[in-house]
Design a protein around this ligand. Structure first.
Ligand SMILES: Nc1ncnc2c1ncn2[C@@H]1O[C@H](COP(=O)(O)OP(=O)(O)O)[C@@H](O)[C@H]1O
Ligand SMILES: [Mg+2]
Length: 400
């Protein structure tokens, strides 16, 4: 290096230091009015790895050939040259270094002061990596925060909805509990007063109503208790090997009087062998009460209910099919949502709480099973449950 150029380097370094009191790693270069590079600091190539040229070749090259970030910046740089702009800056430009690491650089271009003894533009390259990474992290954190905020808002909205539904449910439940209770009370009183002769068809009809209404009360209370357990996360299963077939029979026989009165026939298409799952018999019975109860409840008279059970590929497959009104695609989408009752059903005299299917799904899933529904308006509905069959320790399916 000649003494002259060494002096110029020293001078440029002094200018750079004076221009920016930066403590960061810094490299610099001097540009001519035609935006070619005239002079660079020794660390220039290391800090701002340039286009393919080795460092020596950087000299006398147009800046935008060496640093692609300056492509299209000529006009802005001419403005700095003509002192129409105080500086030109590209901040936090990320660049891959030769070792593959990502660095953030800030490029600033100033017009050299006339009193500096040097003419031209001063290009400063500052290593912003700490700041850049922080900035990058901040942007990432802010995006995550926005996402979480969005999720929180959605969760809040859902909570408000559930809260409103719960209040609605409570007022409905109070009404629903009172209605069967007053029917029971009224018909029991009539029997006590001898309005219907004991053993007469009328007396039988009154007793039938009392029985039905008590069953409804029971069902509602059971559903409310289950819901409370589910909501508190306290649903516990009393697991034993349990055969599905007798449970299906028991569930349907609970509706014996209603089935007879409304000329609904139940067909049993049950596997001849026990269909044994590792389950809570009482909870599964409640699942079947709900499914058969819906089939009975939503069906006009003169329908058919088919109960099927079979085992296939290590699974118990249980179907509850009815020839009832069926459901629309929209109803099917919402079916298992807590408190959901379809609009037309809610307006109809058929009473309900919208708890049943939510409980069914929760119970079945707690047994590692799944519920599926197929239905079309006017074509009946079919609920299919799949539950893992009980297996012995040796992995064999127990048939008992
Ligand atoms: N077998 C069925 N046939 C037609 N609609 C049904 C049937 N089962 C359930 N539904 C519809 O799904 C809704 C939710 O059922 P469920 O959770 O048991 O509540 P609920 O019976 O108390 O209304 C019902 O209100 C009804 O609209
Ligand atoms: Mg129901």
């Amino acid at each position: 290096m000649s003494t002259d150029s060494h002096a110029a380097d020293m001078l440029l370094a002094a200018c750079a230091a004076k221009t920016r009191h930066a403590h960061r790693r810094m490299a610099y270069a001097r540009l001519n009015a035609d935006l070619t590079i005239q002079q660079v600091s020794a660390n220039f190539a290391a800090m701002a790895p340039a286009a393919p040229q080795p460092q020596a070749d950087v000299l006398h090259q147009p800046l935008s050939d060496v640093l692609w970030e300056f492509v299209g910046a000529d006009e802005a740089l001419h403005d700095v040259w003509a002192r129409r702009a105080p500086f030109f800056r590209l901040e936090h430009v990320n660049r891959e270094q030769r070792d593959g690491s990502l660095h953030y650089l800030t490029f600033s271009v100033y017009r050299l002061e006339p009193d500096s003894g040097l003419d031209g533009l001063l290009l400063l390259v500052e290593d912003d990596t700490d700041y850049g990474r922080l900035h990058h992290q901040l942007v990432q954190d802010r995006n995550e925060l926005r996402l979480v905020q969005g999720q929180l808002a959605a969760a809040n909205k859902e909570l408000t909805r559930i809260d409103r539904m719960k209040s609605l449910f409570l007022s409905m439940a109070a009404h629903d509990l009172r209605t069967p209770l007053s029917a029971i009370q009224g018909y029991a009183e009539m029997l006590l007063l001898g309005i219907a002769e004991p053993g007469s068809p009328k007396a039988f009809q009154y007793l039938d109503i009392i029985q039905q209404q008590s069953a409804r009360l029971n069902q509602l209370i059971d559903d409310i208790v289950d819901l409370d357990l589910i909501e508190q996360g306290k649903l516990t299963l009393n697991l034993t090997p349990c055969d599905i077939n007798p449970l299906l029979q028991e569930a349907s026989s609970a509706y014996k009087f209603q089935l007879e009165r409304r000329s609904i026939t139940v067909h049993y298409n049950l596997a001849p062998e026990p269909i044994t799952i590792w389950g809570d018999a009482e909870k599964m019975l409640r699942v079947f009460y709900n499914l058969v109860g819906n089939a009975v409840k939503y069906m006009a008279s003169q329908g058919q209910i088919t109960l099927r059970s079979q085992q296939q590929d290590g699974q118990a497959i249980i179907e509850v099919e009815d020839t009832g009104p069926g459901m629309t695609a929209e109803q099917l989408d919402n079916l298992f949502i807590l408190y959901y009752r379809s609009e037309d059903v809610a307006k109809s005299p058929v009473k309900g709480s919208g708890l049943g299917l939510f409980i069914v799904k929760t119970m079945v899933e707690a047994h590692q099973g799944q519920v599926q529904v197929t239905s079309q308006p006017g074509q009946g509905s079919k609920f299919t449950l799949r539950l893992p069959l009980h297996q012995s320790d040796s992995g064999e399916i127990l048939l008992q």
